[in-house]
Design a protein around this ligand. Structure first.
Ligand SMILES: Nc1ncnc2c1ncn2[C@@H]1O[C@H](COP(=O)(O)OP(=O)(O)O)[C@@H](O)[C@H]1O
Ligand SMILES: CC(=O)N[C@@H](CCC(=O)OP(=O)(O)O)C(=O)O
Length: 266
């Protein structure tokens, strides 16, 4: 692993991340390893929409986003969640700056192909890597909300796994770590649920087809396979509540599920 990695923090786990998780980030930074965070917030968006009487609807894992929904998505992601993560990092001694993908045109998008179905959801066409690198060079950890902007200045909703994969690709990091609420990709073998230490693209496609990978795990593995077609060497899916999960993933390996390009290592 080089001295940078992209980490996606899922909404499923954000509220429960202990101080130790952020302390672990501080220790990594002190040892010269610099993470970039892209975060989600699906459950918090659902809750905020629910309070306003707006129903949450998804098509193939993408939120159907009309203008009223987009307003709430941006408020929750770029506001509450983003600032909450920045404050938690700062409380634990990490200097952090929160950015939305619209700031400095960080994430450029165009409407997704099925926009007639899902509305204001963006397909990423560019990432302002120089901006992210500049923030890191200043000694701050960038915390990025998955909102994109098009050439006309319109903002769009983006799936957070997809956004993290695109940022990882464009920064050319070795590793993307997807922090979620399960210990990795799981499969039932001989009646027992196990965490797969490593999966290949073929195994992922099989598990999607058989329904063993479903729901929120689908955008993760799709984003993983997309960025593994570029410079990224490995994607790790790990549980945010596991002790010292990041430093173990970075220094020791053998935690969570590792997705690699091509064939299995042995
Ligand atoms: N094969 C699988 N192994 C583990 N989790 C899976 C699998 N297939 C689907 N999932 C689901 O994916 C969920 C994680 O995705 P999601 O809820 O969207 O999390 P996040 O908010 O972190 O993006 C798990 O809680 C689990 O319900
Ligand atoms: C287009 C789209 O679906 N955007 C997502 C963005 C947040 C997200 O992806 O959060 P998690 O990682 O916690 O699921 C949404 O509106 O829920």
């Amino acid at each position: 692993m080089t001295n940078r990695f992209v980490m996606k923090c899922g909404g499923s786990t954000l509220a429960a991340l202990p101080d130790a998780f952020f302390e672990d980030i501080r220790e990594l930074q002190e040892s010269g390893v610099h993470p970039v965070i892209v975060h989600g917030g699906g459950p918090a968006i659902n809750e905020a929409l629910g309070k306003l009487g707006i129903e949450s609807r998804f098509v193939n894992g993408l939120r159907v986003t009309d203008e009223a929904t987009l307003e709430v998505v941006e408020m929750v992601l770029a506001g509450r969640i983003n600032k909450d993560i920045v404050r938690k990092l700062q409380k634990n001694g990490v200097q952090a700056i929160g950015l939305s993908g619209t700031d400095g045109r960080l994430i450029e998008v165009r409407p997704v192909e099925n926009s007639a179905e899902v509305g204001l959801v963006g397909d990423i066409i560019g990432v302002n890597a120089a901006l992210v690198e500049g923030v890191v060079a200043l000694g701050y950890l960038p915390v990025i909300a998955p909102i994109g902007i098009d050439t006309a200045g319109q903002q769009y909703n983006i799936n957070a796994d997809t956004a993290a994969g695109a940022v990882a690709s464009e920064l050319g990091v070795d590793t993307m770590i997807v922090v979620t609420d399960v210990p990795g990709i799981m499969r039932t073998v001989d009646g027992e649920k196990i965490v797969l230490p490593e999966v290949t693209f073929d195994e992922i496609e099989e598990m999607i087809a058989s329904g063993e990978i479903y729901g929120g795990m689908i955008p993760k593995v799709r984003a993983a396979m997309n960025c593994l077609h570029g410079n990224v060497r490995e994607v790790l899916i790990v549980d945010g509540s596991a002790e010292r999960v990041l430093s173990r993933a970075v220094r020791e390996g053998g935690i969570g599920t590792r997705i690699v390009r091509g064939e299995r290592a042995e």
